[in-house]
Write a protein that binds this ligand. Structure first.
Ligand code: PHE
Length: 503
């Protein structure tokens, strides 16, 4: 405040030793006072409110003996004061020693004689003058308050020799207004808040300069969840095998893409509310591409492409119902449809089918009772390979290569049923810890009823498979309750400490 107000009045402070600090009566010439001033200057300068320059000075302070003189007077003055004038009470040297002490009696006598303050009469001492000026005491007081002597260096050197003062290095400052000068010492803002914008105070606030050199607080957390580690590992296997990732970020599909395109009959139990979460708002999707839609509904109701179909009634409403996808195969169907209807390239490159290897790893939703190994949402690892003349042998070969990359070499295949694949195979692997065969995936050759309405050529065959991400993760990390892997019971510490995976 003092600094800012003085600057406000005088524009500059030429010498901070001339300031009178609050609660003091004399200027702040001492080093202690300058130390208090520099602390304030530094804080004001960091806010660009002032600029200052430091100047070196030699300043002096009193030794303990000097301090004693400042308060009690010099030895010679004390000797003089202990004596009486001629005709008064005689004081012997011995008496003097007991009155002022040995030290003062010894040093003070000589100096008092030299100054003509006292005389000797026989054994006794008397005052020679009726009043004295104790310059030494005055000088001590001057040094204590100003740090130096106006009388100059010679006088100071004299006092140094007498070991009454010591020299020390000190600093003083000259101060001018900085670019952000203001008499208000309100702390500058470090954050621009919504409130400040709303009440307009941002216009008049001062802001703390951003410190680009400050180092951030090192984050204590930051670890991939085990599921994400396993996902990364799967993804690497797919990428290494030349697969491209399918875009699967939409969780909501229609009955058409999730079921109809996959030749899942509209009466299939999996479509029931028990298995599928339907969306209530909006309740239905935009209509799918008309000619494809017509082909799909035809193959369901009356057949085609060598199939007799389901011969069951068809509901447009069921087809357009919105739902949370029950499998990522909905996206595989969409990608295969896109592939079949791929337009010609801008430079006349061939459109339509080309061989593909695609994968996705993403979330699916099923309205199932949850328990230690089931949740209403989980992740599917999905793969699709489409090419001319692919056979069941390719499917088995692919499975063996794919799983061997995870360290699973001993596979068994069991015939199974999916509405969209024929043949379908469940994949089993021997679990050495559990000492039994466990199902690790489901797969098959996509049916012509699914591929041909899309417009894929007859000789193009596609194989696909799906597995859960949670199951290998639980096996890999020795987790036997899925709730300790997903949900609010997951231990952050466990996540941070879980090791990287290596299949
Ligand atoms: N969609 C199947 C499932 O949810 C997995 C699968 C995908 C099967 C592709 C065959 C072909 O279990």
């Amino acid at each position: 405040h003092l600094i800012l107000e003085t600057l406000d009045k005088h524009n500059v402070i030429k010498d901070t030793r001339e300031l009178v600090l609050p609660g003091e009566s004399k200027p702040a010439a001492t080093q202690e006072a300058q130390l208090a001033i520099i602390a304030a200057l530094n804080s004001l300068q960091s806010r660009n409110m002032v600029v200052y320059q430091a100047h070196e000075v030699l300043s002096y302070s009193l030794t303990p003996e000097g301090e004693q003189i400042a308060t009690q007077g010099s030895h010679e003055a004390r000797v003089w004061a202990a004596l009486s004038e001629k005709g008064g009470e005689p004081v012997s040297i011995k008496d003097l020693k007991s009155k002022v002490g040995d030290e003062s009696a010894k040093v003070g006598q000589g100096r008092a004689f030299k100054s003509g303050w006292i005389v000797k009469d026989g054994e006794n001492l008397f005052k020679a003058v009726s009043s004295i000026v104790d310059t030494t005491q005055e000088e001590m007081v001057e040094i204590a308050t100003t740090g130096t002597l106006a009388a100059g260096e010679r006088a100071i050197n004299e006092l140094k020799k007498r070991k009454l003062v010591v020299q020390k290095k000190g600093q003083w400052y000259d101060v001018a207004k900085g670019p952000e000068f203001s008499t208000s010492t309100a702390k500058p803002e470090t954050d621009l808040t919504a409130e400040m914008i709303a009440n307009g105070s941002w216009k008049t606030s001062t802001y703390k300069k951003y410190n680009f050199d400050a180092e951030g607080i090192p984050p204590t957390g930051g670890a991939l969840h085990p599921l994400l580690k396993v996902r990364e590992e799967f993804r690497n296997i797919f990428l290494e095998m030349g697969f491209a990732e399918m875009p699967t970020s939409q969780f909501v599909e229609s009955g058409f893409w999730n079921f109809d395109t996959l030749f899942v009959p509209q009466q299939h139990p999996a479509r029931d509310l028990q298995d599928t979460f339907y969306i209530s708002d909006p309740i239905s999707s935009k209509p799918p591409p008309k000619d494809y839609y017509d082909k799909v509904s035809t193959v369901h109701t009356v057949g085609g492409f060598g199939s007799v179909g389901y011969r069951a009634p068809w509901s447009d409403e069921d087809s357009q119902k919105l739902l949370l996808r029950t499998h990522t195969t909905a996206r595989s169907a969409y990608m295969l449809y896109k592939l079949a209807t791929r337009p010609k390239g801008p430079d006349g490159q061939e459109g339509g089918f080309k061989p593909v290897k695609m994968f996705s790893i993403d979330r699916v939703f099923r309205n199932e009772a949850t328990d230690a190994t089931h949740l209403a949402e989980f992740h599917q690892v999905e793969g699709v390979v489409a090419d001319r003349g692919i056979t069941l042998g390719d499917l088995i070969g692919f499975m063996e290569t794919f799983f061997s990359k995870m360290g699973i070499t001993n596979l068994r295949f069991k015939p199974a049923y999916n509405p969209y694949t024929e043949p379908s195979l469940e994949i089993f692997a021997f679990h050495p810890a559990l000492k039994k065969w466990v199902e690790i995936g489901n797969s098959g050759m996509f049916r012509p009823e699914m591929l041909e309405p899309m417009g894929l050529p007859r000789d193009v065959h596609a194989l696909g498979w799906g597995l859960s991400l949670e199951r290998p993760t639980m096996i890999r990390y020795g987790i036997n309750n899925i709730r300790t892997l997903v949900g609010h019971k997951v231990s952050i510490e466990g996540v941070e400490k879980s090791a990287a995976v290596r299949f």
